[in-house]
Design a protein around this ligand. Structure first.
Ligand SMILES: [Fe+2]
Length: 304
């Protein structure tokens, strides 16, 4: 099973300790006796680094005020049907209610370091989140397949259904349709911005190395979302065939069964996550954090 480290209560954890733990795990679980109030949660995220603040092009004032006390560092992720946000709303899952294996910055070369998840109210049933450790996977495979180190993932197929002449409402290879911008409740992942205020969708690259260096620890690991990439791979690609089998193994996976008040700090570079379907009005806050150690912080590009 993938190693996760559990800590009791948020106030026992410091930024220094988080960095230490990132050398040994991709997932820190903080169990809290009481639900940490929004203000303290956001203060803790600012203690770790700079959380991304999601503006009102991404979520409306009404939504943020009602569901995250106006703290824009916290994205209130709720049941798609009950919350009223629909496609193309991020985090809502597919028709089967599942969110498949992914990491949000899968095909960008600048990205946040940590994704944090804070559970506020549990669903009636379901909603387990799985994690996969792709640093340990790298450690296990690199001696056998040193060619992994040089492998590039071809992302030019990412939106396979989206060709310049397609009639979908968004098309990152050309332009998206302004009419699609506002989803049900003001949600739209195409309007999600990075910490420098640029649209994430404009930062997607067409090719990216399979192996990257962790921006905090410098450790190497695999950075690819298996299910997305396996849909893109040329069938003849031997390394992806190896990886596809490897991703099935339980030794890299951890299933988190949520308790109310849990806060998860996840290395968003060398691990993946997926979510099972659930019923009921679950409320979870999802946040993105840049740590000052990150040399690829897009705000630093003019400094050197
Ligand atoms: Fe995610």
């Amino acid at each position: 099973m993938m190693k996760a480290v559990t800590v009791k209560n948020l106030d026992s954890l410091t930024r220094e300790r988080v960095i230490e733990l990132l050398y040994e795990t991709r997932l820190i679980i903080i169990e809290n006796e009481n639900i940490v109030p929004e203000k303290e949660l956001v203060q803790f995220y600012h203690h770790l680094g700079d959380p991304v603040s999601f503006d009102n092009e991404y979520m409306s004032d009404e939504y943020a005020n009602e569901w995250s006390k106006g703290y824009r560092e916290l994205i209130p992720v709720r049941n798609q049907e009950l919350s009223g946000y629909g496609p193309p709303g991020l985090f809502s899952g597919g028709e089967d209610g599942k969110v498949p294996w992914h990491l949000e910055s899968q095909n960008r070369d600048t990205h946040d370091d940590l994704a944090c998840f804070a559970m506020r109210s549990l669903p009636d049933t379901g909603g387990d989140t799985y994690f996969m450790d792709q640093k340990i996977m790298y450690d296990n495979l690199i001696k056998l397949f040193p060619e992994l180190e040089e492998h590039e993932v071809d992302w030019s197929n990412r939106f396979a259904a989206e060709e310049p002449e397609n009639d979908l409402p968004y098309n990152p290879w050309t332009k998206w349709d302004e009419k699609c911008i506002k989803g049900g409740d003001g949600w739209n992942f195409m309007r999600m911005k990075d910490i420098d205020g640029k649209y994430l969708i404009d930062k997607e690259v067409k090719s990216k190395p399979l192996v990257t260096k962790n921006t905090i620890t410098g450790q190497r690991g695999l950075m690819f979302p298996c299910q997305t990439v396996f849909n893109l791979k040329p069938k003849s690609d031997f390394l992806f065939q190896v990886l596809e089998k490897e991703c099935e193994k339980e030794e890299y996976q951890y299933c988190h069964k949520w308790k109310s008040g849990d806060i998860l700090i996840n290395d968003i570079q060398h691990s993946l996550h997926k979510r099972e379907p659930y019923t009921g009005d679950r409320l979870m806050y999802r946040s993105s954090i840049y740590m000052p150690e990150n040399p690829n912080d897009p705000r630093k590009q003019f400094l050197h």
